[in-house]
Design a protein around this ligand. Structure first.
Ligand code: ARG
Length: 364
């Protein structure tokens, strides 16, 4: 935080306000993503998308406190983040002006780097590795440079939070994750705030080569882009959460929930975090999470994080006496034959009338 502040003051800011929003980010932005199993296009845990409304919330507050009339951001004109920043600004203060110099000057990456050099702005990239990196508690996103050709494999220097799976330890690591109402609250039995847990898991899972995602994605502005992500803690937590839902959610809820999840996920990606539909859909998700309580044992090994055991003292719907094939069986097998008759009645009647699949076909 100090380095960030020093950098701002050194390049000419008249003031620099640093806000530690890690707990807020974890509790109010990451927790909904966990509860909603929100993975954009199946695998991206929304690392950057998620941070934008929170950044703007604070920027608008500071702008008001300073009587500022404009907010600036450094997005280009080709990405999703400009939309997320500006959508949130419009929602929170429609009067606020927006300055987006890199977009509005049509600067290329090279011109940005030249400007930074000329004005002594320290940037951790050069023209040889012109990566565009965005990182926070929940993960790291990296695009541009050599990654722009999707046939190029991401080189070692593209990664920053994880070791390569083949360089990970030869022994697995086992972790117990305890959830309350769909949110992880303890690691190996030790209660801790979500932000602290994410940090620990980023270390542990990153060291096991977990959480690398090499992705071609559909941007909101219509282009496909290639980006590599790292989200080690997210990989562990979200896999464990989904496993616990398998144990505790009633079947119809479990089968319907992905429909809502998919909409919510796209809304987060597509700059609609601040919207009445988002709040309403999230209320549905929260309702489902009341029973998602319990512990999942995860096995971390060379790039994979898999659940290997789970339990829920009060909310497990798994009934060993119903599931067992031993003599302890309490399932009413007599009921099965009648169930099957009625379950198949509509197709049985259709077939008797139309003979589409049975041998003797009848035509009018
Ligand atoms: N494509 C991701 C998203 O839209 C990440 C955007 C920021 N990435 C970056 N490398 N600067 O959510």
């Amino acid at each position: 935080f100090d380095a960030i502040q020093q950098k701002a003051l050194k390049v000419g800011a008249i003031d620099s306000i640093v806000i530690d929003a890690q707990d807020e980010f974890a509790d109010h932005y990451v927790a909904p993503v966990i509860k909603a199993n929100a993975l954009y296009e199946g695998d991206y845990p929304l690392v950057s998308a998620l941070s934008r409304p929170l950044i703007i919330e604070h920027l608008v507050k500071i702008a008001h406190a300073q009587n500022a009339t404009a907010i600036a951001h450094g997005s280009t004109g080709k990405g999703n983040d400009q939309v997320r920043f500006e959508a949130a600004i419009h929602a929170l203060d429609p009067e606020m002006k927006i300055e987006a110099p890199i977009r509005d000057f049509h600067w290329s990456r090279e011109e940005e780097i030249d400007y930074a050099k000329d004005h002594h702005v320290p940037v951790p990239i050069g023209k040889k590795s012109p990566y565009s990196i965005d990182a926070n508690l929940w993960g790291r996103a990296n695009e541009a440079g050599i990654l722009e050709n999707p046939w190029n494999q991401a080189p070692d220097d593209a990664w920053g939070m994880t070791v390569a799976p083949e360089a990970a330890p030869d022994k697995p690591t086992f972790l117990d994750l305890t959830f309350q109402q769909g949110v992880p609250v303890a690691l190996n039995g030790n209660p801790m705030p979500l932000a602290a847990m994410i940090k620990q898991l980023n270390q542990i899972a990153g060291a096991n080569g977990i959480g690398r995602i090499d992705k071609i994605e559909n941007r909101l502005v219509g282009i496909k882009s290639r980006e590599v992500y790292e989200a080690p803690a997210a990989a562990v937590i979200m896999t464990a959460h989904h496993d616990l839902e398998n144990l505790t959610l009633e079947r119809d809820v479990q089968h319907f929930k992905p429909t809502i999840e998919n909409k919510l996920t796209n809304m987060i990606y597509e700059a609609q975090w601040i919207s009445p539909l988002f709040d309403a859909l999230m209320a549905f998700i929260d309702k489902t999470q009341a029973v998602v309580n319990g512990t999942v044992k995860m096995k971390l090994y060379k790039g994979s994080a898999v659940p290997v055991a789970r339990q829920s003292t009060h909310n497990s719907l798994y009934d060993e006496d119903l599931a067992t094939y031993t003599s302890a069986d309490s399932f009413d097998q007599e009921a099965a034959a009648g169930f099957i008759k009625l379950w198949t009645l509509p197709t049985t009647v259709f077939e008797q009338v139309n003979h589409v699949h049975s041998e003797e076909k009848q035509h009018d």
